[in-house]
Design a protein around this ligand. Structure first.
Ligand SMILES: Cc1ncc(C[n+]2csc(CCOP(=O)(O)OP(=O)(O)O)c2C)c(N)n1
Ligand SMILES: CC(=O)[C@@H](O)[C@H](O)COP(=O)(O)O
Ligand SMILES: [Mg+2]
Length: 639
């Protein structure tokens, strides 16, 4: 039996001796590589958190003690040690989530995969335990060096530091990277701390060679204290944390279970807010990950465990189309600059950065700062492109609204992973942007249906100089270009079928739903229903030509890969209503719910956004409206 199999609960883990612990970490690494190679997932971050997580569960008593994971992508080891061993369906429908999940275990508490939140949760939990008199419960937050570049962390640290009577143990899992090496002043501070490993050893050496202070005279004590202070000033500038009122322990080798345990026990015994600075390596123990320059196999799909090479998923993604066009634009537009929030490669700005190294800004995991800094760049005469995943724009809503739009600054937000993403769970679906941006005065939103329109609309965004623009596209492979058969105002007509019965449907497809809409049109046409497929290209503001087009139809149907509430469908309905165009309208989109993890295809089918599902719903709607639906028999006349 393997050591891992012998662990049926935290107490079993605590009983292991050094040799068994060493075997356990090897088994866990082998397990992770094998399992994640099949399903895909966050291999690099989890390989870096093996010893750290083992030490955490040996020192603390989860779930009575709460162990929080910031972002949560590095919690696979935590799951293994809390009884979840079937990773065969990791991130797949019915399988383990790729992040902590309250439905899976009461050892899990944070499900939101948006970074930089754990310290705020920890502050709240610690206050609750203190108020409830539960002083024996520890609150431990594991936060990465990347997540620490997020502003919320510093808001939380400001509060945690004030809570001497409600200790929070902050474990900084410092591997020096987000995807790429972490940037900024904090990162260089942590880097400085990292290189002062000698400080702890030098300090220990002093403590061991000189008897403890009480037995030495005042002169010797002063000399010892002076040496320690000298060491601190020279080696250990952790003043930043201690000036905040936080005790600092470290830097610790986060791959040494014993050392990490010792530091965690010291931290727990301290009884006040304390930072335990653990130095780890992303991908540790698996050479293809450790040596992966781009992101240490941070995330991604299935791969060959022997080489780390990804398997499957060829073709050109939407992101690559954006990346290439940005390089071309960069040559033509010296005013265009790029901003990323610690995701240079994932959002496709790496080629632009390579071509124009002075015109790219990685601000860390700091979307709020990205948006307002972009407003500053625009005020300074440049045109910034802020590239983020759609779901992470939520974090910067007020900055988009008040710092950019109120000032009518020409900032372009490029939102990748818009729509259902699926396997990263509820907090990663890009299903909010078309709703939240609809209410931003002066914001213009472009939704390309294919690669050609992405290139076109990106340039149109960059030609807007009197306010913000946003452009969004989904995760995955870009679809084949769909050429228009006609144009109405600024909108593309993708298909027109005359019907053989009174029904005429205007099918408005936002962005990448166009391909589905064209297929829906074929299905409707086969039922004798007339249909026009319209790609608005811009969904804010809507083109007034939509009004006359709607008047020529008996039903308007709007389909979008966004939450239904307050998005394109609602905007079209409001436009028709405001102009008294009395044509019935149906809106199709993502239900306004938090969706469990599954593949994008599974979710799209489940929520009825396939061409079969949409056609069925529209045909039923037409039938209910009394228009005949088939050429064979007329619809039953109303009695
Ligand atoms: C608000 C937000 N922006 C971006 C991301 C995407 N993201 C996921 S993990 C990650 C890097 C996290 O780095 P770090 O906190 O150091 O953890 P590590 O992966 O190094 O263990 C980023 C940027 C996110 N999850 N949340
Ligand atoms: C944890 C995190 O926020 C990302 O790493 C997320 O997994 C998105 O991954 P993709 O880039 O594969 O969409
Ligand atoms: Mg990191």
């Amino acid at each position: 039996m393997s050591v891992l199999e012998s662990i049926n609960g935290p107490d079993d883990l605590k009983r292991l001796d050094a040799g068994e612990l060493s075997r356990l970490t090897v088994e866990i690494r082998d397990f992770l590589v094998e399992a994640v190679s099949q399903t895909g997932g966050h291999l690099g971050p989890n390989l870096g958190a093996v010893e750290l997580t083992v030490a955490l569960h040996r020192v603390f008593d989860s779930p009575r003690d709460r162990i929080l994971f910031d972002t949560g992508h590095q919690a696979y080891v935590h799951k293994l040690l809390t009884g979840r061993r079937d990773f065969s369906r990791l991130r797949r429908r019915g399988g383990l989530s790729g992040y902590p999940s309250r439905a899976e275990s009461d050892h899990d508490i944070i499900e939101n995969s948006h970074a930089s939140t754990a310290l705020s949760y920890a502050d709240g939990l610690a206050k609750a335990f203190a108020l409830r008199g539960e002083h024996d419960r520890s609150v431990v937050a594991v936060v990465g060096d990347g997540a620490l570049t997020g502003g919320m962390c510093w808001e939380a640290l400001n509060n945690i530091a004030a809570g001497a009577d409600r200790p929070v143990i902050i474990v900084v899992n410092d591997n020096g990277r987000s995807y790429s090496p972490t940037i900024g002043g904090l990162a260089s501070h942590l880097a400085h701390l990292r290189v002062t490993r000698g400080y702890e050893r030098a300090l220990d050496m002093i403590k061991k060679t000189v008897p403890r202070a009480p037995v030495v005279g005042p002169v010797a004590y002063e000399a010892l204290h002076g040496m320690k202070k000298g060491l601190k000033d020279v080696f250990q500038p952790q003043a930043m944390f201690e000036d905040l009122g936080m005790k600092y322990v470290g830097p610790i080798d986060g791959h040494d279970v014993e050392a990490t345990e010792h530091a965690l026990r010291r931290a727990r015994a301290f009884g006040g807010p304390v930072i335990v600075h653990c130095i780890t390596r992303k991908g540790y123990g698996y050479a293809p990950a450790e040596n992966n320059e781009e992101d240490c196999m941070h995330g991604g799909g299935a791969f060959d465990p022997a080489t780390g090479e990804s398997v499957g998923k060829g073709g050109v993604g939407w992101t690559k189309v954006f990346a290439r066009e940005m390089v071309d634009i960069g040559a033509e537009r010296p005013d265009v600059v790029g901003i990323t929030a610690a995701m240079l490669h994932p959002v496709g700005l790496a080629p632009f950065a390579e071509a124009y190294p002075d015109r790219i800004f990685d601000v860390g995991i700091a979307e709020q700062h990205a948006a307002t800094s972009a407003a500053g760049l625009a005020m300074g005469g440049l045109h910034p492109v802020v590239a983020v995943y759609a779901t992470f724009l939520n974090r910067a809503f007020d900055q988009v609204l008040m710092d950019v739009a109120l000032h009518r600054q020409a900032v372009t937000f490029v939102l990748d992973r818009a729509g259902v993403t699926g396997d990263d769970g509820a907090s990663h679906n890009g299903m909010w942007d078309l709703s939240i941006l609809q209410i931003v005065p002066g914001m213009r939103i472009a939704v390309p249906r294919d690669g050609a329109r992405l290139r076109e609309l990106l340039r149109e965004c960059l030609d807007v100089s009197d306010g913000p623009t946003a452009l969004r596209f989904p995760k995955g492979q870009v679809i084949d270009d769909i050429e228009a058969v006609d144009r109405v105002g600024g909108m593309d007509v993708l298909a027109r079928h005359t019907g053989s019965n009174g029904a005429r449907v205007l099918l408005v497809a936002a962005g990448s739903m166009a391909a589905t809409a064209v297929d829906v049109a074929d299905r409707l046409s086969a039922q004798g229903i007339g249909v026009t497929v319209l790609d608005p290209r811009w969904v804010k503001p809507l083109d007034p030509a939509l009004l006359d087009e709607a008047r020529r139809h008996t039903l308007v149907a709007v389909v979008e890969d966004n939450g239904r509430v307050g998005a394109v469908g609602d905007a079209v309905a409001r436009l028709l209503r405001d102009h008294e165009v009395d044509v019935p309208i149906r809106t199709f989109g993502i239900p306004q719910e938090f969706l469990d993890h599954a593949s994008r295809a599974e979710i799209i089918a489940e929520i009825g956004l396939t061409s079969q599902g949409l056609a069925r719903d529209i045909i039923e709607t037409v039938a209910r409206s009394g228009e005949t639906t088939t050429t064979e028999q007329p619809a039953p006349t109303r009695e």
